[in-house]
Design a protein around this ligand. Sequence first.
Ligand code: NDP
Length: 386
Amino acid sequence: MKRKRVVVLGATGSIGESALKVARDIPERIEIVGLAANTNAEKLARAANEVRPEAVCLVDESKIEILQKALDYQPRIFAGEVGLREIACLTNTEMVLVAIVGTAGLRPALAAIETGKDLAVASKEILVMAGEIVMREARDNNVHVLPVDSEHNAIFQCLDGRLSEIRRIILTASGGPFRAIAAKDFADLTPEQALKHPTWNMGPKITIDSATLFNKGLEMIEAHWLFGVEMKQVEVVIHPQSIVHSLVEFTDGSTLAQLSYSDMCFPIQYATTWPERVPNRLPPLDFSRLSKLEFEVPRFEDFPALNLARRAGETAGTLPAVMNAANEVAVAAFLDRQIRFPQIWQTVEAVMEAHTSVAHPNLDTILQADQWAREEGTRFVKALHR
Ligand code: NDP
């Protein structure tokens, strides 16, 4: 089997680092041909000097000189948002791993699809925002969209193509650091506490999303688009150990689950080597150390993100993009100590309430809704902060 040639967008992040680890572990199967980041020139250069891709891209053009100086060889260098789209379209690439936090990966992802590349998607935000368009473009261009998110990767593994036989998809959620905290104490929770995830080591945005359960809300909508199921077929169960990564209940009542330790190298490897399973050095489960696997119903009233996401997914149109953008603004404001933890939900709900969703939007309409929600969210945060 030949090596798969992969471009990694978001190479300096938590997923990017894990992707490089996977490539180091199975170099006979994965060749990194491009690496892209936003502003972290030094870290991008260190990664490039090690894996020696033929191209690198830095979105922040003011740091290009730093990047050039730190490189010990001469790859092609792309810059800016245009460069990000260009590196996603490199001619000798088979797959683009989109691991950019937020929505900046949407245009490069669509460009990659148009040039016939498979997508491995970690950036759930782009599927929440424009899942209808991304999946339609992928179908039209005959490319695969492979989920990297551990839950969707688990579902993808359990399904093994039997999409028409799904009764329910059950997403597992660790419950985050505040799973057992009483709602009356939420207002006092700090960013430092929210950034301490009990089972996963991830970037700051997704870690806060795990604490509010917006991460799971975004994943409900992501599952709806990836697997073509209705929102009412997507459920969430709290599973604090993060060993069962998600489950599929089939029409005959049988349920399949995927289990492994909580290390993103597992789903990244499966997405990049699919349809094959490739031996690696990742630790298999040690059942003598797993004393229990627990499952609980989420506290829907105390963590409103799940119901807000269900409403956004069922309404569809531009509402999911609005929810996602308002959440990004609220998370940034919480990390900046402008608002309190429960005000993240409050901000998102207020912006969603103020929005009139447009059905089956095109890309421009989605981007306008995203921009509107960011402005509306910023206004709301300022009013709360006053
Ligand atoms: P990080 O914050 O760790 O990394 C983000 C990456 O995106 C960095 O490489 C950053 O570059 C780059 N980036 C940020 N903004 C831009 C931009 N405007 N243009 C280009 N690149 C940009 O995030 P994570 O790795 O945690 O998450 C990435 C995505 O994967 C998110 O969508 C998240 O929801 C998803 N995901 C993450 C998981 C995890 O375990 N971390 C699990 C499942 C999904 P720079 O360093 O230069 O700023």
